[in-house]
Design a protein around this ligand. Structure first.
Ligand code: SF4
Length: 369
């Protein structure tokens, strides 16, 4: 911490935060009613990299499809991924499914209550485990998600990237020191709400903040600077990748989708066959298909967390098929594929940019007919 000391520790932090929460916090999020461990867990995992407003419709659809941990454990991974399609970071969905199976098989379908047991489940780190224990079981357990890191880093002007070991340790100590031994569920929601609604990344609403008079970052005019971003070396640049996606249509205007391998980017989702630039016909031949490529469409940009992907879509007409003849689908050289009718079939789980391309196909088909 640097600068003039306003106070060593914000006095009465939990009580003041809870008073603010009672009046201004979020009390009607879908996972708060009812606030079961299963619902809190699914919400916490969805919220790990996604904003509340985006998560809500996905959460509701997910609960309708898998109302409890056993129904999730019993489902096929493909069905789970289908419900996740569009949320991104698909490892979260695969871990959720794997953890549901552990809870069904090792805990008889009942959620473990100890943060250590929760943290041992796939995809649940210490902060998520504590968030579940606090919100579902009212256990006083400190959390340190992105919102809480931002609030504490600003309140105490904590230097360093919050995920660097020494900084994270300091923030955990602050988080633990502030967590009260009463109203654990509300306190957890309250500190997340403060970060999400007032102490936002850009332009925090300091004038409305109950800690405006205690905050080091505000007093020092450093709210834009804190918390610090990840240090980058001079050589470090965001990686860029490029791929060609084939939009192969048969005589009925159906488009070929193939299933991606279960692990890796978009693991287990349906996608379009890919090809090296200029090698579209060879890529189709590898699937047992003869195609006639057409002029490429406008490229599509898609940002992943660690790289940017440029997708070059190449439409192609099916001339002959030695592999995938069945209208419902089939297997070609070990690859799973379906001829997908964009106008009449329910869309399987596809990544967001593939959904965009399928929408373009639908428009294109309509223009042709
Ligand atoms: S005063 Fe501003 S920067 Fe400080 S905790 Fe409140 S909202 Fe965040």
């Amino acid at each position: 911490m640097t600068g003039e000391r306003i106070s060593d520790r914000v006095p009465d932090f939990a009580r003041r935060l809870l008073a603010w929460f009672d009046e201004h916090g979020r009390h009607d999020l879908p996972w708060q009613h009812p606030r079961t461990a299963y619902r809190v867990w699914v919400a916490e995992v969805m919220l790990q990299q996604t904003r509340v407003a985006t998560v809500i419709p996905y959460f509701e659809a997910f609960m309708a499809a898998f109302p409890d941990v056993t129904s999730l454990a019993d489902a096929d991974q493909a069905a789970v991924l289908e419900r996740w399609a569009g949320l991104g970071y698909y490892a979260r969905a695969r871990n959720l499914h794997a953890a549901a199976r552990v809870i069904r098989d090792q805990y008889g379908g009942r959620f473990p209550r100890e943060p250590e047991q929760l943290a041992a489940l796939p995809g649940i780190g210490p902060s998520t485990a504590n968030a579940i224990a606090a919100q579902a079981f009212d256990r006083p357990a400190a959390i340190l998600d992105g919102n809480v890191k931002r609030v504490l880093a600003r309140l105490y002007a904590v230097e360093g990237w919050p995920n660097a070991t020494a900084t994270a340790r300091q923030l955990w100590q602050l988080a633990e020191a502030h967590t009260p031994d009463y109203r654990a569920a509300d306190y957890t929601q309250a500190i997340m709400d403060l970060g999400a609604t007032l102490c936002t990344r850009a332009r925090p609403a300091c004038d409305d903040c109950p800690f405006a008079g205690d905050c080091h970052a505000r007093a020092e005019g450093r709210t834009a600077e804190l918390p610090h971003g990840r240090p980058r070396t001079g050589r470090e640049q965001r990686r860029r990748r490029e791929t060609t996606m084939l939009l192969i249509r048969d005589g009925a205007g159906r488009v070929l989708l193939t299933r991606r391998p279960p692990t890796g980017i978009w693991g287990g989702l349906w996608s379009l066959p890919e090809a090296e630039p200029g090698a579209e016909e060879e890529a189709a031949r590898a699937l047992g298909l003869t195609v006639r490529p057409e002029p490429p469409w406008e490229p599509l940009e898609h940002a992943f967390s660690h790289f940017d992907l440029t997708i070059n879509p190449v439409p192609a007409r099916l001339q002959e098929s030695a592999g995938l003849n069945s209208p419902a689908g089939g297997v070609m050289d070990g690859e799973e594929g379906i001829w997908y009718n964009v106008a009449t079939m329910e869309r399987p789980g596809v990544p967001a940019p593939v959904a965009t391309l399928l929408a373009r196909i639908e428009t294109d088909n309509e223009v042709e007919t």
